[in-house]
Write a protein that binds this ligand. Structure first.
Ligand SMILES: Cc1cc2nc3c(=O)[nH]c(=O)nc-3n(C[C@H](O)[C@H](O)[C@H](O)COP(=O)(O)OP(=O)(O)OC[C@H]3O[C@@H](n4cnc5c(N)ncnc54)[C@H](O)[C@@H]3O)c2cc1C
Length: 278
């Protein structure tokens, strides 16, 4: 199948990598003039496989008025609020129960541990230099309540394959001696030895270039997608190599000036028209 991936960030490029591994033909489009021009180009570089705690939790509910009121700079609600954020917000609030929070944390942990294994495997197949290092990660804990909650959460995560644990401040200083010079009220820390760091910008652009060179992935930069139409169309057996009873969902996307095609199977030269999700 020919799949069009929207976005040449770390998610788009790794998606392209696994699609090619499964034998698909891939085109990647991005409006920017280089790889990793969005969040993938400027992030913290942490591969935090153990810190998977769900944001939606009972603790967050009590902080909500403070957050919506602008108390945390990382969280912003901008008017006008359309239907989409309202629906999303309602779904998010429904996940703020203790049970959902715990289920979501473990679901993300499972995905994180799988990601960790895939990262190791990918590096055996593609030689990438992106300052990858298994540096470990420490998160300081300031209150008795935080320490108790962390002990509980770490115990559950360890049962599910994570190496995360609570250490005393003295143990944390042994792990990272620079803490000696930092004034802190912390009495303990969460520590995961397997957490890593890496430069997402280098990773993304090297993998993108490797895909273009080794797997003929068609990378189209400077190509903006202005509209996406989601439609379900009946499968046409003579034109596609899928099971006759299958249906495909097509995401129609096009660049400025492109004419709409009558057939979802036809791709025009200058713009990306169709994204198929089987
Ligand atoms: C400040 C900060 C720190 C972070 N720290 C960490 C961290 O330490 N560890 C971690 O794991 N994660 C971190 N993250 C999150 C992480 O960076 C993102 O989850 C990740 O980069 C998302 O990758 P992406 O490919 O989905 O998005 P992006 O990298 O944003 O890529 C999206 C791409 O889509 C393109 N695009 C968008 N719209 C269109 C359009 N209409 N037409 C064509 N192209 C389009 C954009 O140009 C962009 O290149 C951090 C994020 C931020 C903002």
């Amino acid at each position: 199948m020919h799949v069009v991936v929207l976005g040449a960030g770390v998610v788009g490029i790794t998606t392209a990598y696994y699609l090619t591994e499964h034998g698909h033909t891939v085109t990647v489009v991005d409006r920017a003039d280089d790889f990793a021009s969005g969040a993938s180009g400027g992030n913290g570089g942490q591969l935090s496989y153990s810190f998977t705690d769900a944001v939606a939790s009972p603790a967050l509910l009590s902080k909500l008025p403070w957050l919506v009121g602008g108390g945390d700079s990382a969280f912003r609600v901008r008017p006008p609020i359309s239907d989409l954020p309202v629906c999303w917000g309602w779904a998010f609030l429904q996940q703020c129960t203790a049970q959902h929070s715990s289920e979501n944390t473990l679901a993300v942990l499972e995905m994180a541990l799988r990601s960790s294994a895939l990262m190791t495997e990918l590096q055996t197949k593609v030689a990438l230099k992106f300052s990858f290092r298994q540096a470990g990660k420490l998160v300081l804990l300031n209150s008795y309540a935080e320490i108790q909650a962390a002990k509980k959460s770490c115990a559950v995560k360890r049962q599910h394959g994570s190496d995360v644990r609570v250490v005393t401040l003295e143990q944390a200083i042994d792990i990272e001696p620079v803490l000696t010079y930092i004034q802190t009220s912390a009495a303990a820390a969460i520590y995961s030895k397997s957490d890593s760091v890496g430069d997402a910008n280098s990773f993304t652009s090297q993998l993108g270039k490797w895909l273009a060179a080794q797997h003929a992935v068609d990378i189209r930069l400077n190509t903006a997608v202005h509209r996406i139409i989601l439609a379900t169309v009946n499968f046409i057996p003579s034109k596609l190599t899928m099971e006759p009873s299958a249906q495909m969902q097509w995401l129609y996307a096009w660049a400025p000036g492109a004419k709409k095609s009558s057939s979802p199977c036809v791709s025009r030269q200058t713009s990306i028209r169709y994204v198929a999700i089987a």
